[in-house]
Design a protein around this ligand. Structure first.
Ligand SMILES: *Cc1c(COP(=O)(O)O)cnc(C)c1O
Length: 386
């Protein structure tokens, strides 16, 4: 059976050139980068090269990149680290209702410790209004955390505008850019962010490595205490294999980005057009234009998303309902609910997220099986009348 992977927002396979690049780090280049001898020095050279490659991808300075163990750690470090450091100045944080759990649950935790959090609403496209950010700012606001691209819908948020508001109000601004990197160009300086989270496994590097952009001379607490790694900002012996892979992936993705993304975007459009043409009662969730090139979130009315996901899986097609983190539960997606989409439409939402491995044949195959699957499931629905 043909296997089609349409879940690149959940994770990506490692870029083939990255796989061959990191091989020596499993044996020859095994040193601890903190060691002063030849083995340590050899590991450190490549390790620092990786930091440059990551910085280069977002046009940051090398020293502004702190390596972490994942995107979730980067979110935690940015938010808790800032909340702790600014405790004397205030305890109010502004975020949105559609953040990834890495941000949302960190904010909820801080609420349990006495911080106050404003969760900004979004419109039907999943966008916040910069004016709402302005209005939410109080004397005791210490941090704004707003994602660049939503992982479920692909909608882009107006973070440049938010960055300006934050700068004018002298409030620290963090953005989860984990879905944006590799899919759209990021020029970190032009966005006025102080902190930004990244994750390796969403850009063709392995799982278990992330990065946190920290603007120069930012005063922030550490989350992990111990040795002096990462210039004293994040302790623990470095994941050299993961980090060198992440660096290499950034270099390759940056180089290939334009070509890959225009190919991916045209595949996404073909998939959308085909589904709209062959399957009725489908709605597009998210902004029609201001969005990531690869993400398509569709509600198939009168169909239970979980049933559709399973039926597609039986045909070799991997998609997701809600986000990977939320699936396994039948709770409707908090992102779609926040957009004001009726619960029934949320329960029938499927995310197709495309990536560099996808082909025309993947789309053609999917379009050849999906109408029958959807029709069969609809026949079983008591609410569906043809
Ligand atoms: C995947 C993802 C995360 C979490 O990153 P991990 O490296 O898996 O911990 C956070 N935010 C967004 C938007 C994501 O897509």
């Amino acid at each position: 059976m043909r296997k089609v992977y349409f879940d690149y927002n959940a994770t990506t396979p490692i870029h083939p050139e990255v796989v061959s690049f990191v091989k020596p780090f499993f044996n020859e280049l095994f040193g601890n980068p903190s060691s002063l001898h030849w083995a340590g020095r050899a590991a450190r050279v490549d390790f620092e090269k990786a930091r440059e490659q990551i910085a280069d991808m977002i046009h940051a300075k090398t020293e502004e990149i702190v390596i972490t163990s994942c995107g979730t750690e980067s979110d935690n470090h940015a938010i808790k680290g800032m909340a702790y450091a600014k405790r004397d100045k205030g305890n109010h944080i502004i975020t949105t209702t559609i953040e990834h759990p890495g941000v949302l649950n960190t904010c909820r935790y801080l609420e349990s410790k006495g911080y106050e959090v404003t969760y900004l609403p979004v419109d039907g496209y999943g966008q916040i209004q910069p004016e709402d950010v302005k209005r939410a700012i109080r004397k005791d606001t210490i941090l704004i955390s707003i994602m660049y691209a939503n992982n479920e819908t692909g909608t882009l948020l107006p973070i440049k505008e938010v960055g300006e508001i934050a700068k004018d109000s002298e409030i620290i601004f963090h953005s989860d850019m984990i879905q944006a990197i590799g899919k759209i160009k990021i020029d970190i300086k032009s966005l006025n962010v102080d902190l930004a989270s990244f994750s390796g496994h969403k850009v063709y590097a392995p799982k278990g490595v992330g990065a946190l952009y920290m603007r120069e001379s930012l005063d922030i607490d550490n989350l992990i205490h111990g040795g002096h790694q990462e210039a004293g900002r994040r302790a623990g012996t470095e994941n050299v294999i993961g980090i060198t892979a992440f660096g290499k992936a950034c270099e390759l993705v940056k180089k290939e980005m334009e070509d890959e993304n225009s190919k991916i975007e045209s595949l996404r459009k073909k998939l959308l057009d085909g589904i709209l043409e062959k399957v009725g009662h489908v709605r597009l969730n998210g902004h029609p234009e201001y969005r990531l090139p690869n993400t398509l979130n569709l509600s198939f009315e009168y169909v239970e998303a979980e049933s559709l996901l399973i039926a597609l899986d039986l045909n070799g097609i991997a998609v997701s309902s809600g986000s990977a983190c939320a699936s396994g539960s039948t709770e409707p997606s908090h992102v779609l609910l926040a957009m004001g989409i009726p619960p029934e439409a949320c329960q029938s939402a499927i995310r197709f997220s495309l990536g560099r491995g996808n082909t025309e044949e993947d789309v053609d195959y999917t379009l050849s099986v999906i109408p029958d699957i959807v029709n069969r499931l609809r026949e079983m629905s008591p609410f569906y009348k043809r």
